[in-house]
Design a binder for this molecule. Structure first.
Ligand code: G3I
Length: 346
C-alpha cells in the first residue's frame, strides 16, 4: 500500500473529517488506516470551530480525531492556529464591536495558541502555525492580525506555539507556492524567522493543483528554494481539480450566480477517457517530483479521503461532481495508485 512503500520516503497522509472517523461504513476507516500513516483534521481545529467564544473551547471533535490517530498509530498534524479564514471572529472586536487594540489582540492570540497547543502537547507532531498570510504577488495579506498587530504577528505566533510545546514542529502553510513572488515572500519569512531565533521546521506547499497549473518547473523550484532556506517541505493539501473554474466571471459572488450552470460540470457521469488520462498523467508527474525530491520532503498529505469528501465538489461553484483524489466515491483506490507505488518501488 502507499503507506508501506511511500512511507519509506516521507509521511503519507490524508485530511479527515469527524464524519469520516464516525462513519458506520467500514470501508471509510479501512481506507484511512490501510493507505496512510498521517492524518490532519480538515476543519475542526480551525479557530472558529475550536474556540467559538472567548474563554470557551469546543474540543470534542478535535479530541476524537487526535484519539483516532493515537489508536491507529498515525501521526497527526494540527491545522491551523492563525488563519484569516474561519478565524475566531470575536478576537478582533470588543463588546461594543470596535476593533481591539494591538495589545488585546496579541493577548488573545497568545491565549488561543497556548491553550490549543498545550491541550495536544506530545500528541500533535507539528502545527500549521500560520496559514495563507501572503497574497500571490508576495505582499502581506491584510488580515486582521496584520492590520492590528503588524508583521510582527508572525514572530509572535511562532514564539507562542514553541513556548506551549517546545517539542512540536512548527510550519508555515500556503497555496500557489509555485508562483515566484509568493515563493520569494515565504523564503524571506523563513530566513527572517530563523534570523530571529524562532523555530520553523517546514513549509507546507498546499498543492491544490489543476490540470494546467502549477507549472511543474516552478513547483520544483519552490521545493529547492525552501529547502535551501533550511526547512523541510511538505505537500499538505494535495488534490487535483478536474473541473474548469469560471475565472472569466471573477469572484465568488458571480460564481454563486452560476451555481446551477452545468456547463461548468462536464463530468457529472464520470471522467471521459481523455480526462482520465489527464488525471493519471498529472498525479504521476507530481509523485515523480516527490520521489526525486524525497530527501527534502517530510510529508505528502491528500486533502480529503475520497472524491465524495473533497471540498472541490463545492468550490468555486457548489454542487459539482469533482474527481480530485486517489480514492473514489466507493472508497476504492484508483488504478493510478498502483503506478505510484511501482514508481517508489523502483
Ligand atoms: O459544518 C457546517 C454545517 O453544519 C453547515 O450546515 C454547513 C453549511 O454551509 O457548513 C458546514 O461547515 C462547512 C465546513 O467546511 C464543513 O463542511 C463550512 O461552511 C465550509 O466553509 C468549510 O469549508 C472548508 C474550508 O477549508 C473553509 O474552512 C473545507 O471543508 C476545507 O476543505 C477547506 O480547507 C482549506 C484549508 O483549511 C486551507 N487551505 C485551503 C483549503 C481548501 O479551501
Amino acid at each position: 500500500t502507499m503507506k508501506d512503500v511511500l512511507g519509506k520516503y516521507f509521511l503519507i497522509g490524508t485530511a479527515v473529517s469527524t464524519a469520516n472517523i464516525d462513519s458506520k461504513d467500514p470501508r471509510v476507516k479501512q481506507a484511512i488506516v490501510d493507505n496512510f500513516n498521517a492524518i490532519v483534521a480538515e476543519n475542526c481545529m480551525k479557530g472558529e470551530a475550536i474556540h467559538p467564544e472567548e474563554n470557551r473551547y469546543y474540543w470534542d471533535e478535535a479530541d476524537r480525531i487526535v484519539k483516532f490517530a493515537e489508536d491507529n498509530h498515525m501521526t497527526i498534524t494540527g491545522h491551523c492556529l492563525i488563519w484569516h479564514s474561519q478565524p475566531p471572529k470575536w478576537m478582533f472586536t470588543d463588546k461594543e464591536g470596535s476593533p481591539v487594540s494591538r495589545e488585546v489582540l496579541i493577548d488573545r492570540m497568545y491565549h488561543h495558541i497556548t491553550d490549543v497547543v498545550k491541550r495536544y502537547k506530545g500528541k500533535v507532531k507539528g502545527w500549521d502555525v500560520i496559514n495563507e498570510a501572503f497574497e500571490d504577488d508576495g505582499s502581506y495579506r491584510k488580515t486582521p492580525y496584520y492590520n492590528i498587530i503588524g508583521p510582527e504577528y508572525f514572530e509572535l505566533a511562532f514564539r507562542f506555539a514553541h513556548a506551549a510545546d517546545p517539542d512540536a514542529e512548527l510550519y508555515y502553510n500556503d497555496y500557489s507556492m509555485a508562483k515566484p513572488a509568493k515563493r520569494e515572500a515565504v523564503c524571506k519569512l523563513v530566513r527572517d524567522l530563523k534570523a530571529k531565533g524562532c523555530r520553523i521546521d517546514a513549509v507546507g506547499m498546499q498543492s491544490h493543483n489543476g490540470t494546467n497549473y502549477p507549472d511543474l518547473a516552478d513547483y520544483e523550484k519552490t521545493i529547492d528554494a525552501l529547502s535551501a532556506c533550511g526547512v523541510k517541505v511538505m505537500m499538505t493539501e494535495l488534490d487535483l481539480n478536474m473541473l474548469p473554474n469560471p475565472k472569466r466571471f471573477g469572484g465568488a459572488e458571480v460564481s454563486q450566480h452560476f451555481q446551477y450552470d452545468k456547463s461548468f460540470n462536464p463530468y457529472v457521469k464520470g471522467l471521459t477517457r481523455q480526462a482520465q488520462k489527464m488525471f493519471n498523467e498529472r498525479y504521476l508527474a507530481f509523485f515523480k517530483i516527490y520521489k526525486k525530491h524525497a530527501e527534502q520532503i517530510s510529508r505528502v498529505t491528500l486533502w480529503g479521503l475520497s472524491d465524495g469528501d473533497s471540498w472541490l465538489n463545492g468550490w468555486p461553484i457548489p454542487g459539482r461532481t469533482n474527481y480530485s483524489l486517489l480514492i473514489d466515491r466507493q472508497y476504492k483506490l484508483k488504478p493510478i495508485v498502483k503506478d505510484i507505488i511501482k514508481l517508489f518501488e523502483q
